[in-house]
Design a protein around this ligand. Structure first.
Ligand code: SF4
Ligand code: SF4
Length: 280
């Protein structure tokens, strides 16, 4: 039986492209740290003109959440979803994230809650997230192949131990799949984000989608690499749009595809900015 609350889907602008014209989202920038290092990510910038994940002009503390949400929800009545998506990883410090989610639930019991994570700490957090009625979850999985993962991640830090190379990639992939297994019976919509990195993981995207389809995955969001200056993958050019369309068609045989992602900042507010729709 499908355990998912279909009514919430009507009001989520990312999981449902039709909803993005009527509903907006708010990202709460509370998660500063991260437990892995992706070789395309640099969170040091604080430029309000730069729009990409990992960028935020401010970091909020749990005690600031209520007044921030109060004023922002008044200014933006279109917001139906409150998400935590960085600028680091929300489950790097699960206690802080749970404190914030509990505060929201206490005052806004009907708000839709959403969370985006790399999945390293997710298996241990699935039950609490479900109790707090987080109903949408995005998990970034760029590869399940150790040799490829070793090219994408500099390190993975788990239970005070640092892993590098293929052992880091294996550990991350195991945690991600364990989390997916635990999520299956929960009332949580699941989206996989995958950054498409030409020459690194693009060839294996269809196989990745096929492997992930062994789980209940509701949506897959292939995101073209956005080369960030100073990062190890900065010299790789983003995949062209026709390549993205081809990959979405191939992966779409296994998992429904998202093609309206705006690659939002960690402190994004309101309607999604307009993006060119792919015809894939
Ligand atoms: Fe950056 Fe997210 Fe990767 Fe952490 S998981 S290094 S915040 S892209
Ligand atoms: Fe939605 Fe993509 Fe923006 Fe996340 S980054 S809020 S999935 S449009």
């Amino acid at each position: 039986m499908n355990p998912l609350p279909a009514d919430l889907l009507q009001r989520h602008p990312c999981f449902n492209a039709d909803a993005c014209h009527h509903f907006g989202r708010l990202h709460l920038p509370i998660a500063a740290g991260c437990n892995i290092q992706c070789r395309y990510c640099d969170r040091r910038f604080d430029c309000p003109n730069e729009s990409r994940p990992g960028v935020s002009s401010q970091l909020l503390k749990p005690r600031e959440i209520a007044s921030y949400l109060n004023s922002t929800l008044k200014k933006h009545p279109e917001i139906s979803v409150v998400g935590i998506a960085g600028p680091g990883d929300p489950l790097y410090d699960p206690a802080l994230t749970f404190e914030v989610l509990e505060k929201i639930r206490a005052t806004w019991p009907d708000l839709i809650l959403c969370l985006a994570t790399n999945g390293l700490n997710l298996p241990d957090c699935v039950d609490r997230l479900a109790e707090l009625r987080v109903s949408f979850l995005t998990l970034t999985i760029n590869s399940l192949t150790p040799a490829t993962g070793a090219q994408i991640y500099d390190f993975v830090c788990y239970r005070n131990q640092v892993f590098r190379g293929q052992s880091a990639a294996v550990l991350l992939a195991e945690q991600q799949q364990e989390a997916l297994a635990r999520l299956q019976a929960k009332e949580i919509w699941i989206k996989i984000n995958t950054v498409v990195i030409p020459g690194v993981n693009d060839q294996e995207i269809p196989v990745l989608a096929e492997r992930l389809s062994a789980f209940r995955v509701d949506l897959m969001n292939l995101i073209p690499l956005l080369p960030v200056p100073g990062t190890p993958l900065a010299q790789i050019s983003p995949p062209p749009q026709d390549r993205m369309q081809q990959l979405r068609r191939q992966a779409g045989k296994y998992i429904p595809q998202m093609s309206h992602c705006a690659r939002c900042r960690a402190d994004a507010v309101g309607f999604l900015p307009k993006v060119r729709q792919c015809s894939a």
